[in-house]
Design a protein around this ligand. Structure first.
Ligand code: PHE
Length: 339
């Protein structure tokens, strides 16, 4: 009989189900009033004395095995039910996840950051709401300076000291105030100008400005850096530096890139010339260094700023700058492959 009980222990231990009815049948078979266990208990009396001890042990083992099994399965089934309530059916196969796409401005911005990171530039960021000092005065643009007209400014409320930054040169001022040369940093960010919106310009756009301050820096270093950048960015580096004026650099130049006239969009973006101005640059004016506590007799350097939208328009053949801000998914979805 002991062998028979041991067989039942094996059966109880091996039992498994995810079905409540089968579990109930198991319970009735082993643990109910007329179940196997009670039958064995009833026979206890007739077992010879010398076997009673072993008989007692195996029958108890069978009881524990059957009870544990029922308890375990009940708990498992209950936890499934709870999970269903909270998470839905966890056994259901997954639905495909629809992945969004990165915005073309972010793609190009990250590319620019990577290109300059390769030659040792770090990234610095600053606030979009600026004060007069960092956006203008420290950059050699004192109050009433006519060059302030070059960048029509959004002022916040009536306080002329609180404004939306018109360029990320403000971040370069902050960086120079807090770091000693040698400095190699680029400042990507969103900027704001109170300009009429058209297919080529917008009142909100993005810039990446660069700053390099060290001993004996020359204009040739600036040009070489820009050539490297355009080569990496566009795969070609035909650029033109047109003499220009910025209060914070001397000498100053506009950066034009020759893109060519292969498509109708090229005609549109470059106004039929094949050339597109992508930013400005120059040697940092000694007054700016002085304003940031850097000795201009010891250090000098160059700065540049490029427009991210302009570059993205060329690379992705986007004929109208307003497309970047409309968040039309049909437009955005086209950049899935560029992540
Ligand atoms: N800050 C200038 C602008 O926004 C660009 C620039 C940067 C020009 C650095 C020269 C040097 O127009």
């Amino acid at each position: 009989m002991i062998d028979k009980i041991k067989e039942y222990i094996g059966e109880a231990e091996a039992f498994t189900t995810e079905n409540k009815e089968e579990l109930e049948a198991f319970r009735i078979k082993f643990l109910s009033k007329k179940g196997i266990l009670n039958e064995f208990f009833a026979e206890f009396k007739s077992v010879p004395n010398d076997q009673k001890k072993e008989f007692g042990q195996v029958i108890n083992a069978l009881k524990t095995a059957a009870e544990d099994k029922v308890k375990g399965i009940v708990e498992l089934l209950e936890s499934r039910e709870e999970a269903k309530g909270v998470f839905g059916d966890l056994t259901r196969s997954a639905e495909p996840v629809i992945i969004g796409s990165r915005h073309p401005i972010s793609i190009v911005k990250n590319q620019i950051i990577d290109i300059f990171a390769n030659i040792g530039f770090n990234v610095s960021e600053g606030p979009e709401i600026e004060d007069d000092w960092h956006n203008f005065t420290a950059l050699n643009l004192p109050e009433y300076h006519p060059a302030r007209d070059m960048q029509d400014t959004f002022f916040i409320q009536t306080n002329p000291d609180v404004l939306l930054r018109t360029h990320t040169s403000s971040v370069q001022v902050r960086y120079m105030e807090n770091n000693k040369p040698p400095i190699r940093t680029i400042s990507p960010g969103r900027v704001f100008r109170n300009e009429a919106i058209s297919s080529r310009s917008h009142c909100i756009f993005h810039q990446v400005e660069g700053l390099y301050i060290d001993k004996d820096v020359s204009f040739a270093d600036l040009k070489q850096t820009l050539l490297y950048f355009t080569k990496e960015m566009f795969g070609k580096s035909k650029i033109r530096l047109r003499p220009s004026y910025f209060p914070f650099t001397e000498p100053s130049a506009e950066i034009d890139i020759y893109w060519g006239l292969k498509t109708e969009t090229d005609y549109r973006i470059t106004k039929g010339t094949g050339w597109l101005e992508i930013g400005g640059c120059g040697m940092v004016d000694p007054n700016v260094l002085k304003n940031c506590d850097i000795n201009p007799d010891e250090y000098n350097g160059f700065a540049f700023g490029v427009g991210v939208e302009r570059i993205a328009m060329l690379l992705y053949q986007i004929g109208d700058i307003r497309m970047f801000y409309e968040n039309d998914v049909r437009f955005l979805e086209q950049f899935k492959a560029s992540i």
